[in-house]
Design a protein around this ligand. Structure first.
Ligand code: THU
Length: 194
């Protein structure tokens, strides 16, 4: 198992119960679901377990292969059993073939036959300094393609996945439901596949 694919953290049962039970419809935020809103009450509420998932995403980003953009991204998937799978971005000299951290993490879950076990996601990122360390205090949210990839697993799992968006540094976290980031999504359900 590659270091970028598996992070051995296990989160508590209480966390998993909280995640599984907290699947309410997304809150209204004045209709602007496509923007990060760090100052909303929910966005600023970071539980210790969310912090742990974000820490796993930050640890994964250490292994980013991002010599072209110099922008490291880490993603962490909380699994139903409390384990955490991670991914980091994997760029390519042809640029367009680059893989995003979230997609790499989801592929790692798929490789283990665990697509339906994903219950929450954390993503973080920032520009790399000269030493290769991820920097910055602006929260990072999944790109459009990654939102669609995450929608695949969300529909398979029957969960409106919580997505914790964090910065490379600092405590700011913006938490969204996937349906907020990708409203009216097209997915496996549209093709009659579950
Ligand atoms: N990136 C991700 O890994 N995930 C995202 O959701 C946004 C962008 C990566 C792709 C590329 O390697 C770098 O960030 C700059 O775009």
């Amino acid at each position: 198992m590659g270091r970028t694919e598996l992070f051995s953290t296990r989160l508590s049962g209480a966390t998993l119960d909280a995640v599984a039970g907290d699947n309410d419809p997304p809150r209204q935020r004045g209709g602007r679901h496509d923007q990060l809103e760090c100052d909303s009450p929910r966005a600023m509420t970071e539980t210790p377990d969310t912090a742990e998932l974000i820490a796993a995403a930050r640890a994964a980003a250490v292994n980013a292969h991002a010599p072209y953009s110099r922008f490291a991204v880490g993603a962490a998937l909380l699994m139903r059993d409390g384990s955490v799978l991670t991914g980091t971005n994997f760029e390519n000299a042809s640029y367009g073939l680059s893989l995003c951290a979230e997609t790499v993490a989801v592929a790692a879950a798929n490789a283990q036959g665990r697509l339906r076990e994903i219950v929450a996601v954390a993503v973080t990122g920032g520009a790399m300094d000269e030493a290769g360390r991820m920097r910055g205090d602006a929260v990072v949210s999944p790109c459009g393609r990654c939102r669609q990839v995450l929608n695949e697993v969300a529909q398979l799992a029957g969960l409106d996945l919580p997505i914790h968006c964090a910065a490379a540094e600092g405590d700011a976290v913006a938490t969204y439901r996937l349906s907020e980031l990708l409203p009216h999504a097209f997915g496996p359900a549209d093709l009659g596949i579950f």
